[in-house]
Design a protein around this ligand. Structure first.
Ligand code: CDP
Length: 245
């Protein structure tokens, strides 16, 4: 049940000191796992999430193979130690649903038709959760897919916006997610200005919805630059190592 916990103070600061339109501290790293074809790591506020991509590779079971395109499979999992109460190790309905939502947010960006009869597997492991893990997972998974060399129309970048104490805020943390009045995860292919995920939990007026979407776009622009920087820095390091530059 929602309580009366005050989440925004008189000076307009949020419970973690942020302004309404401020993102949490954000860090990406690309290529963290040597056994995967592609990988990435994200820290966004208290979220810590690792993503591994395998493929394109043979499909097992074979009957799942698609004759005209690659099969994209996503598995979002929260570690038992990722939240304060121990989370059950068996995947629940929430993890199954979030895996599907993440797959649908990533799929439009991938040129799956280039790899018929193969599978691309995306494994997402939430090591520490602090609200907005589906969005952080999408941003990290897009980087891991790019790192695996999967051709893409654009990266996918995501952030949750929401309504807290009647105000529209960017990048909800766990307390804001839990005690706020609304939560709206948004994912986009930023260069194409195309939305690939839009969920909405809570009640927003049309004006609030428009304001929230604009704020999400603003946040996504900032996150997108950080994703590109992380990709660039991995490949610049590699070029330096092999003395290409
Ligand atoms: O993480 P996201 O906001 O995408 O999904 P959610 O289902 O709205 O969960 C919000 C937050 O609740 C998570 O990020 C976790 O911090 C927390 N949570 C938890 O404490 N225990 C769970 N079993 C599931 C979620």
């Amino acid at each position: 049940m929602k309580s009366k916990l005050k989440l925004i103070d008189e000076s307009g600061r949020r419970i973690d000191g942020r302004l309404l339109d401020e993102l949490r501290p954000l860090r990406f790293e690309v290529g963290i796992l040597k056994n995967a074809d592609g990988s990435a790591y994200i820290e966004q506020g208290g979220n810590k999430i690792a993503v591994a991509v395998y493929g394109p590779r043979e499909v097992h079971p074979r009957h799942q193979a698609r004759p005209d395109r690659a099969l994209l499979r996503t598995k979002y999992r929260m570690a038992t130690f990722s939240v304060k109460d121990r989370k059950s190790p068996t995947p629940g309905r929430r993890e199954i649903e979030i895996s599907k939502v993440i797959r649908e947010a990533l799929e439009p960006a991938l040129l799956l038709e280039k790899f018929p009869r193969t599978a691309i597997d995306v494994f997402i492991e939430v090591l520490q959760a602090d609200g907005g893990t589906r969005c952080a997972s999408i941003s990290a998974a897009a980087l891991a897919l790019a790192d695996a060399g999967i051709p893409m129309r654009d990266l996918v970048t995501a952030v949750a916006v929401g309504k807290v104490d009647g105000r529209i805020v960017l990048d909800l943390n766990h307390l804001e997610d839990q005690y706020g009045e609304g939560d709206m995860p948004v994912a986009m292919m930023p260069s194409l200005n195309a939305i690939t995920l839009l969920q909405c939990d809570g009640t927003f007026t049309l004006e609030e919805f428009k304001e929230a979407l604009e704020l999400a776009k603003k946040g996504i622009g900032v996150i997108y630059e950080k994703q590109r920087e992380a990709l660039r820095s991995k490949y610049l390091d590699a070029l330096k190592t092999y003395r290409v530059i």
